[in-house]
Design a protein. Structure first.
Length: 330
């Protein structure tokens, strides 16, 4: 039986990160507490289990298999990861001195995980928390007119795979074969535009607000702010535009009608995330289980080495957006 230590919340009315201790018999605890643990994730949006004996990718893989039908393979990732065991990955490659903004994992994919598992094998010297924010809180904090616009139009993600910045074709799709990539993209509602130099540009339209399948709550579920060109450092953005042109950025987001999302809207969204954020420094042996649909997560800047493994489970298939989109221009 898990013993609750506390339920912590910030100024947000709903955001809660429940912290519990793992039972003494760490080899048997997944079977003995599965129902209670997953029930608490459903109730609170996330649970932090302390004191586990997780020490390797195979340990994490075995635990996820005990708690779910097994870890999912990542596809369409925006940044490189290293797979350490089947379905268990390193954190996405991202500069340690730059924070990774709030987002829902793979919220731009037609098929995304409902559950995320973060296992800390080695905490950083300072910083590096995986912070959380409740998606319903964020939705409530945003201006109603902005929510209505995104809810009506959806949002567009544009990506450019140039082989130098962000994930390569092989890292994102598991292959460099054009035909295989085109088949996958057509099935997922992604428009493809192969450039004369062999690089790929894609465009996909997704809903910005979804209803949670468990209780029907409306959740702000997207990566409009995170994958915006305005999240890049100004000098990086300027260099990339000079190098690849304004249409060749590794990623950027638009309103569903194709109009750019201005920087002030990105700032509004990130302020709403900030108001709903809770965090706790990592300790070795910590396991965080997150409901990916109702809880956004981020990664804060850090110093020293940091080893937090990631696994995804329980697929959620988002319905197609209500409005169609045109082909990406070549």
């Amino acid at each position: 039986m898990l013993s609750a230590l506390f339920g912590k919340q910030t100024t947000s009315a709903r955001t809660t990160m429940r912290e519990v201790e793992a039972p003494a018999d760490a080899r048997a605890w997944p079977q003995s507490v599965k129902e209670e643990l997953l029930g608490r994730v459903a109730a609170d949006g996330a649970v932090l289990v302390t004191g586990t004996d997780l020490r390797s990718a195979t340990d994490v893989q075995a635990l996820v298999r005990e708690l779910t039908d097994g870890p999912l393979r990542e596809i369409e990732g925006f940044a490189p990861r290293q797979q350490l065991a089947e379905g268990v990955y390193t954190s996405a490659a991202w500069p340690a001195n730059q924070p990774m903004c709030m987002h829902h994992e793979l919220s731009y994919a037609r098929r995304c995980p409902r559950l995320l598992f973060f296992a800390c094998l080695e905490p950083p010297a300072d910083g590096g928390a995986t912070a959380l924010a409740d998606a319903a809180d964020v939705l409530d904090a945003l201006p109603p007119g902005l929510v209505e616009q995104f809810e009506e139009q959806g949002w567009l993600l544009e990506r450019s795979y140039n082989g130098e910045i962000g994930a390569t074709l092989a890292q994102a799709f598991g292959t460099e074969d054009r035909d295989a990539i085109d088949v996958y993209c057509r099935a997922g509602g992604i428009d493809t535009s192969w450039q004369p130099d062999g690089t790929l540009r894609t465009r996909q339209k997704r809903d910005a607000v979804v209803r949670h399948p468990a209780d029907g709550r409306r959740c702000w579920f997207n990566q409009i702010a995170f994958l915006s060109e305005w999240t890049m450092a100004p000098e990086v953005r300027e260099f990339l535009i000079e190098e690849y042109g304004p249409d060749g950025l590794p990623f950027t987001t638009r309103y569903g009608d194709g109009e750019p999302v201005p920087p002030e809207v990105v700032e509004q969204i990130n302020r709403a995330y900030d108001e709903a954020t809770v965090r706790r420094p990592w300790r070795a042996g910590d396991l965080m289980v997150v409901d990916n649909l109702r809880t956004a997560h981020s990664r804060e800047a850090y110093t020293g080495s940091r080893q937090v493994l990631v696994a995804m489970a329980n697929p959620f298939s988002a319905p197609p957006p209500r409005r169609s989109q045109g082909r990406a221009e070549t």
